[in-house]
Unconditional design. Structure first.
Length: 71
């Protein structure tokens, strides 16, 4: 199973909970800050996402959506 993660840069406050939760290690903090002055999380390699949803479950700001895809 594969997944697709969408992180809203304007909602993310860079808490890093999703980074710690991701078993694939594909989430990092951006080098650019958002309009509120936070460095939001970004996905580095979407092809490695399994769609486990752990990142979205850990996000206190509800800034992450995950879709699962078969195949």
């Amino acid at each position: 199973m594969r997944g697709r993660v969408e992180i809203s840069p304007e909602l993310c406050k860079g808490c890093e909970f999703c980074i710690v939760a991701c078993p694939q290690g594909i989430i990092v903090l951006s080098e650019r800050f958002n309009s509120m002055g936070y460095f939001p999380a970004v996905v580095t390699d979407m092809d490695r996402c399994t769609g486990c949803t752990l990142c979205a479950q850990m996000c206190p700001e509800l800034a992450i959506e995950v879709w699962r895809q078969e195949g």
